[in-house]
Design a protein around this ligand. Structure first.
Ligand SMILES: C[S@@+](CC[C@H](N)C(=O)[O-])C[C@H]1O[C@@H](n2cnc3c(N)ncnc32)[C@H](O)[C@@H]1O
Length: 353
């Protein structure tokens, strides 16, 4: 007799976005009971794929702990911007950095068996107000939570080591409630097979959401000079946009940045970011002078082709690149979730076919 999904360990997901992490955790057998995100684009895509009303649309600051169901595991990819290398680096002094405290508030009340935090690499070099490393503060806060506490481990992982065709470095924290007597071990890296740009682009083209957001005339002019595998360094000076000419004039000051990387078919793609701008993102097709389509970007993030982004009523293409770039790659989430399921929940999860 099949065991109903309701018997699976319950997942509460904070800062859920369009649901990349949630999809991976649910594929590993966790039962999503509550998700939250205040971004209307993320909500639209989440509801389209997980069912209407499946995501609470409120600002997490306004949600009482009692309004959130009890859970066995809580995940939170709290916003990266304040920690991101591309951002202001104000770290926890930025009010968004304090959203981490919101996670603590909810964990303190719910005390799930396991917590998972996901964030950008920059978190590791971010200092807390008192000068300590933020990673150290997070570990200590969780370790001392409500006298019970969590055994916390964290690791910088590259999604390409967990079945994702993309070099994308992220920090993951996994805390296991101390009374369970266990500590999580990150799964071994997987072989990097079939992860090249060419592998991804050779998949069937006849799938929904094969539309691309047009590049600006300025970007198009530059890209015309960049060969497969090249970058802005291949663009003759006179064809560079003014701001790039300034940087070229003083390369030492800018530490040779790698703008406009056009990854080759035999390379692994660079990070797909929410802005989808060619200056800082692996988003330009190796052979055609265009961005990847929404579906191609989603495939680099390992969303299955059945996951929907745009419909007749959901048409804002830049919003689709945003939610895709913000997501935790589904395969990375699934591989970490599977290890948690095996190590901590003894495989109690029910995987729906
Ligand atoms: C990096 S994304 C998370 C992506 C998600 N983990 C996934 O896999 O798709 C961070 C999300 O936090 C949401 N967010 C930021 N501040 C918030 C707040 N105060 N309340 C609710 N959601 C918030 C943003 O809208 C954004 O979608």
């Amino acid at each position: 007799m099949a065991i109903p999904k309701e018997h699976s360990p319950k997942l509460v997901s904070l800062f859920s976005g369009c649901g990349g992490l949630d999809l991976g955790f649910q594929a590993a057998g966790f039962n999503g009971v509550w998700a939250n995100d205040f971004d209307s684009d993320a909500q639209a895509v989440y509801n389209l794929n997980f069912g209407n009303g499946k995501i609470d649309p409120r600002d997490i600051l306004t949600v009482g702990e009692d309004e959130i169901p009890d859970c066995d595991i809580l995940t939170a990819g709290f916003p990266c911007q304040p920690f991101s290398n591309a951002g202001s680096r104000k770290g926890v002094h930025d009010s968004r950095g304090m959203l981490y405290k919101e996670c603590l508030r909810i964990i303190g009340k719910k005390m799930p068996k396991v917590i998972v935090f996901e964030n950008v690499k920059g978190l590791l070099s971010t200092k807390y107000i008192d000068g300590r490393n933020l990673a150290e503060v997070i570990t200590e806060d969780l370790s001392n939570m409500n006298d019970v506490g969590y055994n916390v481990v964290h690791q910088l992982v590259n999604a390409a080591d967990y079945g994702v065709p993309q070099n994308r470095q992220r920090v993951l924290f996994v805390g296991v409630r101390k009374d369970l007597g266990k500590t999580f071990t990150f799964p071994k890296k997987m072989p990097r097979e079939n992860l090249s740009v060419g592998d991804v682009l050779s998949r069937p083209k006849d799938v929904p959401n094969q539309v691309d957001w047009e590049l600006s005339p300025q970007a198009l002019e530059m890209i015309a000079y960049i060969p497969e595998g090249g970058s802005w360094k291949d663009v003759p000076y006179e064809h560079l946009a003014l701001r790039f000419q300034k940087i070229r004039d003083d390369m030492k000051k800018y530490h040779s940045p790698k703008f406009y990387r056009r990854f080759a078919r035999n390379e692994i793609c660079g990070t797909i970011t929410a802005s989808a701008q060619p200056e800082n993102c692996g988003i330009v097709h190796p052979l055609e002078n265009r961005r990847y389509t929404v579906r191609e970007a989603a495939r680099f993030q390992t969303f299955p082709d059945t996951f929907k982004f745009m419909t007749d009523t959901l048409r804002d293409i830049t919003a689709m690149y945003k939610v895709i770039g913000n997501a935790v790659p589904v395969e990375l989430a699934k591989n970490i979730a599977t290890a948690i399921m095996e190590q901590i929940f003894q495989g109690e999860g029910v995987i729906e076919q």
